[in-house]
Design a protein around this ligand. Structure first.
Ligand SMILES: N[C@@H](CCC(=O)N[C@@H](CS)C(=O)NCC(=O)O)C(=O)O
Length: 224
C-alpha cells in the first residue's frame, strides 16, 4: 500500500518525517498543502487531522498524525537503519537526546523564528528577539559540545533525535536571513551555523544523505 504524506513547505516537523523516509529509502505520494491558502483547514484535511496540522501520513485505512508517531510508524515499517536505537541503553540514549531537543532546545530557540516570521517587526519584537538570544546560545553550545564528541546526538548513528533537530535548526537559522533583510538585530549573527563547527559538520552529514535535496522546503530553494 502506498504511503501518502501531507506536508507544508518550511514545516520542521514535516521535514523530519521526510528525512526519515529518505534515510529508510521509502517513497511516498506527496500532498503538499499551501498554508497561506488555508489548505490545512479545509474540511477534507480536518477529516484527517482535526487539529489542522501537518504532517499527516496515510497508509491505506490508517491515518497517522503527530510527527513522532509517524516517525515510529515508519521505523517499524522499515527497520533499517534503526532510528530509535537497538538495545535497551541505545534506545534510552535516543529518547534522552530527543527529549532534550524537545524539552529544552526548542523552547529556547523557537521564540526567535516565531517572532521574526509571525509577529510585528517593531521595537518590541526586536527586543524580544534580543532577550531570547542568551538562552538560545546556551542550548546551541550544549549541542555543539555533544557533537564535538560524537558523530550524532545519541552516539555514532543518526537517530530520530538528529532528524528532529536538523529541521528545527534550519528553521531557526532562516530567521537570520529574514532579519538581515528587515534589519535590526545584528547580535543574531552569534547564533549562526558558521559559529558552531561541530554542528556544521553534523549538518553536512545529514545533507549528504541520499534524497536529502528532495526534502528541502521548496520555497527556501534559491531560484537564481
Ligand atoms: N506536534 C505536532 C506539531 C505539528 C505542527 O505544529 N505543525 C505546524 C507546521 S510546523 C502546523 O501544521 N501548523 C498549522 C496550524 O497550527 O494551524 C507534530 O509534531 O506533528
Amino acid at each position: 500500500m502506498a504511503l501518502t504524506l501531507y506536508w507544508a513547505s518550511g514545516s520542521p516537523f514535516a521535514w523530519s518525517v521526510m528525512l526519515a523516509l529518505a534515510c529508510k529509502g521509502l517513497s511516498c505520494e506527496s500532498r503538499r498543502l499551501d498554508m497561506s491558502q488555508g489548505e490545512h483547514k479545509t474540511p477534507q484535511f480536518l477529516a484527517l487531522n482535526p487539529r489542522g496540522k501537518v504532517p499527516v501520513l496515510v497508509d491505506g485505512d490508517a491515518v497517522i498524525t503527530e510527527s513522532l508517531a509517524i516517525l515510529a510508524y515508519v521505523d517499524a515499517l522499515q527497520p533499517e537503519p534503526p532510528l530509535f536505537g537497538t538495545g535497551a541503553l541505545a534506545r534510552a540514549r535516543v529518547m534522552e537526546a530527543l527529549s532534550s531537543v524537545m524539552s529544552y532546545l526548542e523552547p529556547a530557540l523557537f521564540p526567535i523564528p516565531m517572532q521574526v516570521f509571525f509577529k510585528p517587526w517593531d521595537e518590541a519584537g526586536q527586543d524580544a528577539v534580543r532577550r531570547a538570544i542568551p538562552a538560545a546560545l546556551a542550548e546551541l553550545e550544549k549541542v555543539e559540545a555533544v557533537l564535538a564528541g560524537h558523530d550524532a546526538l545519541a552516539g555514532s548513528d543518526l537517530s530520530v533525535a538528529d532528524l528532529r533537530l536538523y529541521p528545527v535548526l534550519r528553521f531557526f537559522w532562516r530567521a537570520w536571513i529574514v532579519v538581515e533583510k528587515k534589519g535590526g538585530v545584528p547580535e543574531l549573527a552569534s547564533l549562526q551555523r558558521d559559529r558552531f563547527p561541530a554542528i556544521d559538520g553534523w549538518c553536512g552529514r545529514i545533507e549528504a544523505l541520499p534524497g536529502f535535496a528532495d526534502t528541502v522546503p521548496p520555497h527556501w530553494v534559491r531560484k537564481d
